[in-house]
Design a protein around this ligand. Structure first.
Ligand SMILES: [Zn+2]
Length: 471
């Protein structure tokens, strides 16, 4: 792969890309696309994980935020919207476009991020004070009022409706099927067309229809999270999930399911509702102990137009596809603690990688119980408690105490909200671009997707941070 392509290699679209994140990893998505007289930023995401995400997020932008005409957000995940309040605080004043559902998700995500930053900074300031140093130098990346300012710039756009940004520049959103409200974006300029995929959903995702194919384009920025992997099919995943839940309940254990608030929580609730209604899984109580997960589930009920038709139809008929028969939603901490002595209960709680949240209290009480099960349905990053347990730790530390891992640990991989390599290739073939920019992937995944694109005669370019790349 060469940055910008070899000299003389036609960059025919007329668009120039300058990335500000997710070029060499999966977080911090922010891609500036510039044509003759218009500059558009696609996503303004937060860096998460890595060596020093705080420094990466606080670093100046590789462009002047005041020179951007518009921002388009593909979806509400923090790694796609989490730096928007900073962009506005740094001078951006233009419109921010996204689907209405994405704005609803982004508001929950950004307010939660502002709260966590405030708590982290307060904790670090107390530590500085104790060691006799000045705590005032530490400040959060942004505050709640910065989130308000960013959301005030929002303009909701329906999928398929074209928005004019200038005389010869316009964009259109298409269904990405990744999470509630997710879209890909087509940018048309005077000389050519660029498509940015955002994150793409899987072809047999539980909650959303498959991504719509993009139109033919000169260049495509494509996510490559699973650019080197194939997923199990949905039916096999559901059968495996049903078997684990049923066996655990039959022996009187509890089923603990750590989930992310957006998408995975709703996929797990929908699976449990389907399985319990069909009698495949016994009618045990299901507890959603996740205040943010509950808020997100309300949004899934409020924006049925982005869901699979059968889920939307059930909502329209007054049924709730996200409510297993015995569902109880727990919001107050004291209700959560009442589950410490529970038996035969399914507990769905955050955080997805067991790095914090309500799931920790349930792990502390039930991980030592050989009758119970921990069902892991999401990716566990290196260095997290979830990763340690999945890799077979016999004992873990939770709240400063040692907890034996006696419960059965099951990893069920098929719940992914991302397209696998087969789906990515098919989507890219629909656009049939001359130029491909693999983004949002680890090096191995990006290289695999790049190699397949090169083999199909496409020009593959990298997008190094802050470097102009003609497309
Ligand atoms: Zn995403």
């Amino acid at each position: 792969m060469t940055a910008g392509g070899p000299p003389g290699d036609a960059a025919s679209s007329g668009w120039v890309l300058r990335s500000a994140g997710a070029c060499a990893g999966v977080t911090g998505s922010a891609h500036l696309l510039r044509t003759a007289d218009r500059t558009v930023l696609v996503d303004a995401g937060l860096f998460q994980g890595g060596d020093d995400p705080a420094a990466a997020n606080a670093a100046p932008w590789p462009f002047d935020p005041r020179g951007i005409d518009a921002v388009v957000l593909t979806h509400g995940h923090l790694d796609h919207v989490g730096r928007l309040p900073k962009l506005v605080a740094d001078g951006f004043r233009g419109p921010v476009y996204a689907t209405a559902a994405t704005f609803a998700v982004a508001e929950v995500v950004l307010r939660d991020a502002a709260r966590i930053q405030a708590e982290d900074v307060a904790r670090a300031q107390r530590a500085l004070k104790r060691s006799g140093r000045d705590p005032r130098a530490l400040r959060p990346l942004y505050r709640d009022q910065d989130v308000d300012a960013a959301l005030r710039l929002g303009r909701a756009v329906d999928l398929g409706r074209t928005v004019e940004l200038g005389e010869e520049v316009r964009f259109t959103l298409g269904r990405a099927g990744h999470v509630l409200g997710a879209a890909w974006v087509v940018l048309d300029g005077p000389d050519g067309r660029v498509v940015a995929s955002g994150d793409l959903g899987d072809d047999d995702g539980a909650l959303h229809p498959p991504p719509d194919p993009p139109p033919v384009a000169d260049a495509v920025l494509i996510e490559s999270t699973y650019g080197d992997r194939r997923h199990r099919d949905a039916a096999a995943t559901l059968a495996e999930f049903a078997a684990v839940v049923s066996a655990t309940l039959a022996r009187g254990g509890n089923v603990l399911i750590p989930t992310f608030a957006l998408e995975r929580t709703q996929a797990v609730l929908a699976a449990l509702a389907e399985l319990q209604t069909a009698g495949t899984v016994p009618p045990a109580p299901v507890v959603l102990d996740a205040p943010m997960g509950a808020r997100m589930t309300d949004l899934y009920r409020a924006y049925p137009e982005t869901l699979r038709p059968e889920l939307a139809a059930r909502l329209a008929s007054g049924a709730d596809p996200f409510a297993p028969p015995g569902l109880a939603t727990v919001v107050r901490p004291e209700e959560s603690r009442r589950l410490n002595d529970a038996r035969g209960v399914v507990i769905v709680a955050g955080a997805g990688m067991m790095t914090g949240g309500r799931i920790l209290n349930h792990l502390a009480h039930h991980l030592g119980d050989a009758a119970s099960s921990l069902v892991v349905v999401g990716y566990q990053a290196e260095g997290t408690l979830g990763r340690a347990i999945v890799e077979g730790a016999q004992r873990v530390r939770i709240f400063g105490k040692t907890v034996e891992v006696a419960a059965a640990v099951h990893t069920i991989n098929g719940f992914s909200a991302h397209a696998d390599e087969v789906a990515l290739d098919a989507w890219l073939d629909a656009a049939d671009p001359e130029t491909v920019v693999p983004v949002h992937g680890e090096a191995i995944a990006r290289a695999a997707l790049a190699a397949r694109s090169t083999a199909r005669g496409r020009r593959v370019v990298e997008a190094p941070l802050g470097v102009d790349v003609p497309l």
